[in-house]
Ligand binder design. Structure first.
Ligand code: 4NP
Length: 154
């Protein structure tokens, strides 16, 4: 199973989702069984580490994003991954346009798939610290939903 998280810049929401899911998989002893990655629809932050506010908020909850670097989503991701999960509707629309014919990768909106209170993970980039906490709250819940779907967590 190979899962890709996608947001706009790949420095706030999708790297957080990647780190949270990796952390939960490690706790379950499943890190080797499920491949996790993240990417952005934009190319502004390619090669850059995650946003410092994202790293700091995540660190306080025990998630380490230091090794992650930004990359842009590409057509080849539709054959490299089984499930591609977008953070908001704009990311999803971008992915639907990029998706090559005959692609077998499943594409969905992450929070909607797991029936959370919001459909989209709000972009925290231009907001205050509380936005980064909200991103973590939503992504922790959605990752639990994903683990239940994969039948690896009750
Ligand atoms: P992300 O947040 O999509 O969650 O990584 C953003 C990061 C950077 C920008 C926008 C959103 N930006 O405009 O540079």
């Amino acid at each position: 199973m190979r899962i890709l998280f996608v947001c706009l810049g790949n420095i706030c929401r999708s790297p957080t989702a990647e780190a949270v899911l990796r952390h939960k998989l490690r706790e379950l002893g499943l890190e080797a069984a499920i491949e996790v990655d993240s990417a952005g629809t934009g190319d502004w932050h390619v090669g850059k580490p995650p946003d410092s506010r994202t790293r700091q908020a995540a660190q306080l909850r025990g998630y380490d994003l230091c090794a992650l670097r930004g990359r842009q989503v590409s057509v080849s991701d539709f054959s490299r991954f089984d499930l591609i999960l977008a953070m908001d509707n704009s990311n999803l629309e971008h992915l639907q346009r990029l998706r090559p014919g005959g692609s077998t990768a499943e594409l969905d909106l992450f929070l909607r798939r797991y029936d959370l209170a919001l459909d989209e993970v709000p972009d925290p980039y231009y907001g205050g610290d509380e936005g980064f906490e909200q991103v973590l709250d939503l992504l922790e819940q959605a990752c639990d939903g994903l683990l239940r779907e994969l039948r690896v967590q009750p």
